[in-house]
Design a protein around this ligand. Structure first.
Ligand SMILES: [Zn+2]
Length: 375
C-alpha cells in the first residue's frame, strides 16, 4: 500500500510540474494510473455550409436541428474548433486540454513522439493528429485539392497536409464521386481546362455505393457529389485549394474564391485516377482492411445475423470507432449509428460487441514496430 501511495504521489507531482512549466509529459508517462480508464465521447460540432442537407439528423440521429447541416465534426483538435468531452470524469474538457495534460496516455508513445517532432509546424505540435467527421452532401462540394505535409509546412500559415478517406454510408442512385484526374491530364491540360471553364471534363468520376471506401491522398483533385452521406477520416488540417465551384454563387450573388495557382502546385499529376475499395460480399471474415497509409489505418468490422465480439487495442495506439450501420456496445455501453468513440491508448484492450446487422470503422495508428494481425 505504501508503494502504491508513493507511486501515485510521484505521478501527481509529475502532472503538476508539467502543468506549471507548460511541458508535455514524457513519452513514457503511460503508467497504468491514467485517468483515461474509460472510452471518451465528444459533443458533435455542427458546420452549416450551402451544400448541406438533413441526413445528419434524419439518418444518423444527430441533434443538428431542422436546417441544412453539412458536417458533424466528431473529433477535432483544431485552433478554431475544439471537441468537448461529453460525460465521464473529463466531461466539459476540450480535446486540446486533454492532449496537453495527457497526450501520451491518449495517443500512445509512438504517436506522441511523432506529433512533437520538429517536422511538425511549431504551432501544431502536440495536437490530436486526425479529424473525424460525418458529412451530408445535399449538393456537390467544390472541386478541390489539399497540399501534402511538405507543401503545407511552407504556407504563410503553416499547416499539416491533408490525406483523407471517405466511407460511403448512403448513396442516392446516380450520385457521383470525383476522384483524381483522367489518365494523361497534364498540368498544361489542366490549366487550359480551368481557363476555358472545362474542369469537369478533366475529372475521373464514378457512381459509388454504400460500403465503398475512397482513399484520397494529398495532391489528388476531388469532389464529393450530391446525394452522399459519408464518414470522413483525415489529417487534422484545414488547408483547401478550391479549383472549381460548379459556377455557383453564394447568398450575396458572389462566387466563392478559387485558388488556382496554389492548386496547380499542390496537384500530383502523376497520380492515377482513384478507384473505390469495394465490399467483398463473398468474404466470410468479420473484418476487412480498407486502407493502410502512413497517416492512418482503417479497418471495417461487420456482423450479419449473429452478434460478434471483438477486442480492440493492446497495441499502444489510440483507436477511434465510428458506427456506420446498426449499433454496437463499447465496454458495455451502447454506441449507435452515427456515433464515435475514442479509445485512449492507455485503455489497453476494450471489448466491443457488434449487434446483428451492424458495422463500424476502426481507425488507428499502430506503432511501426508492433506486429499485429487483424481478422
Ligand atoms: Zn477534401
Amino acid at each position: 500500500m505504501g508503494g502504491f501511495l508513493q507511486q501515485y504521489l510521484l505521478i501527481v507531482i509529475r502532472h503538476l510540474v508539467s502543468k506549471i512549466f507548460f511541458l508535455p509529459l514524457s513519452p513514457h508517462s503511460c503508467s497504468g494510473f491514467s485517468s483515461f480508464m474509460h472510452p471518451l465521447r465528444f459533443q458533435p460540432l455542427f458546420q452549416r455550409y450551402l451544400w448541406g442537407g438533413s441526413r445528419l439528423s434524419t439518418v444518423l440521429g444527430k441533434p443538428s436541428g431542422p436546417d441544412s447541416c453539412a458536417e458533424s465534426w466528431e473529433i477535432a483538435d483544431h485552433h478554431q474548433f475544439q471537441s468537448i468531452v461529453q460525460g465521464g470524469p473529463h466531461d466539459g474538457k476540450s480535446l486540446a486540454e486533454l492532449m496537453h495534460s495527457s497526450g501520451n496516455d491518449i495517443v500512445g508513445p509512438e504517436t506522441f513522439k511523432a506529433i512533437h517532432d520538429s517536422h511538425v509546424p511549431e504551432s501544431l505540435r502536440g495536437r490530436f493528429p486526425l479529424l473525424l467527421k460525418f458529412l451530408d452532401a445535399n449538393q456537390n462540394l467544390s472541386v478541390q485539392v489539399h497540399p501534402d505535409d511538405k507543401g503545407a509546412a511552407h504556407l504563410p500559415t503553416p499547416d499539416l497536409g491533408k490525406t483523407e478517406f471517405w466511407y460511403v454510408i448512403h448513396a442516392d442512385p446516380g450520385a457521383k464521386i470525383y476522384a483524381g484526374l483522367k489518365a494523361g491530364v497534364s498540368a498544361v491540360d489542366f490549366r487550359a481546362a480551368v481557363e476555358q471553364g472545362h474542369v469537369r471534363e478533366t475529372l475521373h468520376s464514378f457512381e459509388p455505393q454504400a460500403g465503398d471506401g475512397i482513399f484520397i491522398p494529398a495532391g489528388t483533385v476531388h469532389a464529393i457529389g450530391a446525394g452522399l452521406l459519408i464518414a470522413e477520416i483525415q489529417q487534422a488540417s484545414n488547408t483547401t485549394f478550391r479549383v472549381y465551384d460548379w459556377d455557383r454563387v453564394d447568398s450575396d450573388g458572389k462566387p466563392r474564391p478559387l485558388h488556382i495557382e496554389q492548386a496547380v502546385r499542390a496537384i500530383d499529376f502523376s497520380m492515377c485516377p482513384v478507384t473505390p475499395v469495394r465490399r467483398n460480399n463473398h468474404r466470410q471474415a468479420n473484418s476487412e482492411n480498407l486502407v493502410e497509409c502512413d497517416k492512418f489505418r482503417i479497418c471495417r468490422w461487420t456482423s450479419e445475423e449473429q452478434p460478434v465480439d471483438v477486442e480492440i487495442g493492446n497495441d499502444e495506439s489510440f483507436h477511434v470507432l465510428m458506427v456506420t450501420r446498426g449499433s454496437i456496445r463499447v465496454a458495455g455501453e451502447p454506441a449507435l449509428l452515427g456515433q464515435t468513440v475514442l479509445l485512449p491508448a492507455c485503455l489497453k484492450s476494450t471489448q466491443v460487441e457488434l449487434l446483428p446487422g451492424s458495422e463500424f470503422l476502426q481507425i488507428f495508428l499502430p506503432a511501426p514496430t508492433t506486429s499485429r494481425t487483424i481478422s
